[in-house]
Design a protein around this ligand. Structure first.
Ligand code: CP
Ligand code: NVA
Length: 310
């Protein structure tokens, strides 16, 4: 694996499967790994709010025997108090890895360029790789294999969509996306995903029609209509995305046992109804839980401890 985890496009299908196989082991017997990261430290630089990413990395690091240090916007004031390059070169002398959540994706690339330690993308405006890896792991856990399955994504073509595009196309999972016009995922990401899909056999379909995307789907996924940093657009987006709500009617177009997914945080009754979110089809909180297990596997892969199970 590369030094950093910035995008799923940097992972081979085999590396992704290795992360999933290690996650299986960690889930089965986490105590065996309770001191493998003893003496290792992880900085968590967060320029945006977080529940799942922050807590799962902190708990994950602790449960592997290591220490995490949270650095919120007030502490580091990245790019204002100090240049990103200088933060990277300083932290690299203290810690063994850095998780970074930021706005512009180029900030992550810069931090990674000047860090001698691994940098993990904890979400940028462009990508959310740790989320998509946990999502794919959750589906793999349910289905055993991705072959012949269809995941439908309904809503904004955002950071989560982009990482799912890379993940599905690498893993061989057919992926239908329905967004309103002008909210499609970025063309260059779609085009790279389509080239990965040629190798894996996945089919990638884009449309502006949620019913078409969800027809006979095995799983339906949605995310907030307004991502962090775009709050000013929230009112306008509510109107534009009105027909893209994941509700019972939309679900009726999918397979009977269709799974429901959301990366969280969710706005109940906006992009998804509470009824669907709380239904038996929902695996939303399994996804949230698996963030912890998958990220522990990522930490073990990148921080490269000599594994002597206790
Ligand atoms: N899904 C996710 O990344 O949640 P947080 O923003 O709470 O970390
Ligand atoms: N697209 C959302 C994901 C939150 C985990 C955002 O960027 O706010």
């Amino acid at each position: 694996m590369k030094k950093d985890l910035i995008s799923i496009s940097d992972l081979s299908q085999q590396e992704m499967e290795e992360i999933f196989a290690l996650t299986d082991e960690l889930k089965k017997d986490s105590l065996q790994y309770s001191s493998v990261l003893k003496g290792k430290t992880l900085a968590l630089i967060f320029q945006k709010p977080s529940n799942r990413t922050r807590v799962s990395f902190a708990v994950g690091m602790f449960s592997l025997g290591g220490l995490s240090i949270y650095l919120g916007p007030a502490e580091i004031s990245l790019g204002v108090r100090e240049a990103t390059k200088d933060v990277a070169m300083t932290l690299s002398r203290y810690v063994d890895g850095i998780v970074f959540r930021t706005y512009e994706h180029k900030n992550i690339l810069e931090l990674a360029k000047y860090s001698s330690v691994p940098v993990i993308n904890g979400l940028s405006d462009l990508l959310h790789p740790c989320q998509a890896l946990a999502d794919l792991y959750t589906l793999r856990e349910r289905w055993g294999s991705f072959r012949g399955r269809v995941l439908a994504y309904v809503g904004d073509g955002n950071n989560v969509t982009h990482s799912l595009l890379y993940g599905c196309s690498k893993a061989g999972l057919n992926f239908n996306i329905a967004t309103p016009r002008n909210f499609e995922p970025k063309k260059d990401i779609v085009s790279s995903a389509k080239s990965f899909a040629v190798i894996s056999g996945a089919k990638i379909n884009l449309s502006n029609n949620p019913l078409k995307a969800c027809k006979d789907a095995d799983a339906i996924y949605t995310d907030v209509w307004t991502s962090m940093g775009r709050e000013k657009e929230a009112k306008a987006r509510k109107k534009i995305f009105h027909d893209f709500q994941v509700n019972k009617k939309l679900l009726s177009y999918a397979k009977k046992d269709c799974l429901i997914m959301h990366c969280l945080p969710a706005h109940r009754q906006e992009e998804i109804t509470a009824e669907v979110m709380d239904s038996n089809n929902s695996i939303i909180f399994d996804q949230a839980e698996n963030r912890l297990h998958v990220q522990k596997a990522i930490l073990l892969k990148l921080l490269k401890p000599v594994i002597r199970k206790s």
